[in-house]
Ligand binder design. Structure first.
Ligand code: ATP
Ligand code: MG
Length: 553
């Protein structure tokens, strides 16, 4: 089943490290900042980090990178854990960078004692000015000359809360002429009198990302610390800290972040969509969040398959959203229960059918005989889709039209005998006859028809709300499109059909069931459903409509 796949560059590195004995096993981590819900880009990172540990028998830590007290919330921590579990992965340890605040403080003291860090009273503007430019070296100010004792005292006073936010920072003393601007005495601690979701008011100084991430990796003995390409310039600082602190030599490796067409992937921007009401919450089915995709009916296995197919690249690229949809369709085709739902009803009366009903067996999934079948009620009055009838049929129209025959799925062949209209000329009803010998599975009629329609029995139909989704943005490359990303929002991304008619089997199905509404697409039950009202989300269309539209221009 699984074809031989060539190794990605990170697997090559790992196999080399295991072969050479550099490592006897590997440890990776997934390090989200709990400042929002995870998106499909994070799913890529999760699949990669957890997938590598799984493949090579190692372990993966879930580490919340919670060093910024003002943006982080416990709600996000919980949603992140839910999403990872749902994707099918289990972490070895649940850890928080904030657990290491005391140790990180100690690391900073070590640097001060080595003469490798100093307290700077300059404003952020002054610090920026003194940094120079990529071609002009920066300059140190007089604060860089403070003695080690003075720095130790001031840093302790910073921790003790003696100074206001922004009045002082701790900087690493590295190289003001380095071509890598991040090495020009980077800030490693700042003062922030803010409540932290875990450490409360214990701290009023917080380490910067570059002084927390690598050290956290080292504390956890992470062997392969995998991040996205933006962090390449940070690698020198990552290594500088590890070397000068003499801690476990974790190594950072960078791969290209996932970018998807018609999608944004930034928690900060997703938060704006939520806060400004462009969507209905983080799990809105149009969102690129894992929770949104889950609510929309995407499966975890489809997302994992997608992450696997796109591979691990070293260069930025833009992946076509239709590849994700392809993976979703492939998976749903195997598991979705086939059901019939009419979105825009036209009444059909079978004039030669007796009163009452009969229950017809119909298979739940032709791809999976084990899925069994359900019974569908057939009666004299049915609904078909309004668009499946044409009074004056176009050429090659094989659906219903006066004098023409079609098959009703899992039922009989019917023939249109008469069209009934109201005073305004609108078609209100179509009168047909059925061929009793044409019953599906026992057809002795000898009649061949080209079209097969879905339908429901009027008396047995269950009304349901159906929500159809289109892409949330109108441009392919949202992140790089001109203007504000919100200028490109597709105002028509949600269509609600409040009164669709569903076959009654849908009432008995369970919440995790996935459906193919025959000829309509794949659907899933939404959490807004109540006992009195079913609500369905269209997960994905049956065919790739986007590719067609692109061609049309
Ligand atoms: P965002 O801007 O959406 O908040 P982030 O990178 O700041 O993204 P983190 O919570 O810091 O979010 O990310 C956790 C992990 O997920 C990091 O290792 C990060 O590199 C990875 N990650 C985030 N976005 C993507 C993406 N689009 N593709 C692949 N990996 C990603
Ligand atoms: Mg971040």
């Amino acid at each position: 089943m699984s074809e031989e796949k060539s190794l990605n560059f990170i697997e090559e590195i790992i196999e080399e490290d295991l072969k050479s004995g550099k490592h006897s096993s590997i440890t990776t981590r997934f390090p989200p900042e709990p400042n929002g819900y995870l998106h499909i880009g994070h799913a890529k990172s999760i699949c990669l980090n957890f997938g590598l540990a799984k493949k090579y028998g190692g372990q993966t830590n879930l580490r919340f990178d919670d060093t910024n007290p003002t943006t982080e919330e416990t709600e996000y921590v919980e949603s992140i854990k839910d999403d990872i579990r749902w994707l099918g992965f289990a972490w070895s340890n649940e850890l928080y960078a904030s657990n290491y605040f005391e140790q990180l403080y100690g690391f900073a003291v070590t640097l001060i004692k080595k003469g490798l860090a100093y307290v700077d009273d300059s404003s952020s503007e002054e610090i920026a000015e003194q940094k120079g430019t990529p071609t002009v070296p920066g300059t140190r100010n007089r604060f860089a000359d403070r003695t080690m004792e003075e720095n130790l005292q001031l840093f302790a006073d910073m921790r003790a809360g003696k100074f206001a936010d922004g009045s002082k920072v701790l900087r690493a003393r590295i190289d003001m002429a380095s071509p890598n601007m991040l090495l020009r005495d980077p800030i490693i601690y700042r003062i922030k009198h803010a409540h932290h979701h875990r450490t409360g008011d214990n701290w009023c100084i917080y380490p910067m990302y570059d002084f927390a991430h690598g050290q956290s990796d080292a504390i956890e003995k992470i062997t392969h610390s995998i991040c996205t390409l933006e962090f390449i310039p940070h690698r020198d600082l990552y290594n500088w800290c590890i070397e000068n602190l003499g801690i476990y030599p974790s190594r950072q490796y960078e791969f290209a972040r996932l970018n998807l067409t018609y999608t944004i992937m930034s928690k900060r921007k997703l938060l704006q969509l939520v806060n400004e009401g462009h969507v209905n919450g983080w799990d809105d089915p149009r969102m690129s969040t894992i929770s949104g995709m889950r609510r929309r009916g995407y499966t975890a296995s489809a997302i994992r398959e997608f992450c696997d197919r796109i591979g691990v690249a070293k260069r930025e690229n833009l992946i076509d959203f239709s590849l994700l949809e392809f993976c979703v369709r492939e998976d749903l085709n195997k598991i979705a229960l086939r059901r019939m739902v009419v979105f825009d009803p036209l009444k059909v009366v079978i004039t030669n059918y007796p009163e009452g009903e009969e229950w017809l067996a119909s298979e739940n999934n032709p791809e999976d005989p084990a899925a069994g079948h359900r019974e569908i009620p057939f009666s004299r009055e049915l609904y078909i889709e309004r668009e499946d009838f044409m009074e004056t049929p176009a050429k090659k129209y094989f659906r219903l039209a006066p004098g023409m025959m079609v098959r009703l799925k899992s039922a009989y062949i019917i023939k249109c005998e008469e069209v009934v209209k109201d005073v305004n000329g609108n078609i209100t009803e179509v009168r047909c006859t059925y061929i009793p010998e044409s019953k599906s599975g026992a057809d002795t009629s000898g009649i061949n028809v080209k079209g097969t329609l879905h339908w429901v029995s009027v008396a047995h139909a269950v009304t349901a709300e159906v929500r159809l989704y289109d892409r949330l943005f109108k441009v392919e490359d949202v992140a790089n499109a001109e203007g504000d990303f919100k200028d490109h929002i597709n105002e028509a991304s949600l269509t609600v059909l409040p009164n669709a008619y569903a076959e009654p089997a849908l009432l008995n199905d369970t919440a995790d069931d996935r459906y193919q509404f025959i000829r309509k697409g794949y659907f899933s039950l939404d959490k807004d459903s109540t006992p009195g009202k079913l609500v369905f989300n269209r997960t994905v269309t049956l065919k790739d409509g986007w590719a067609k539209e692109v061609k049309k221009g």
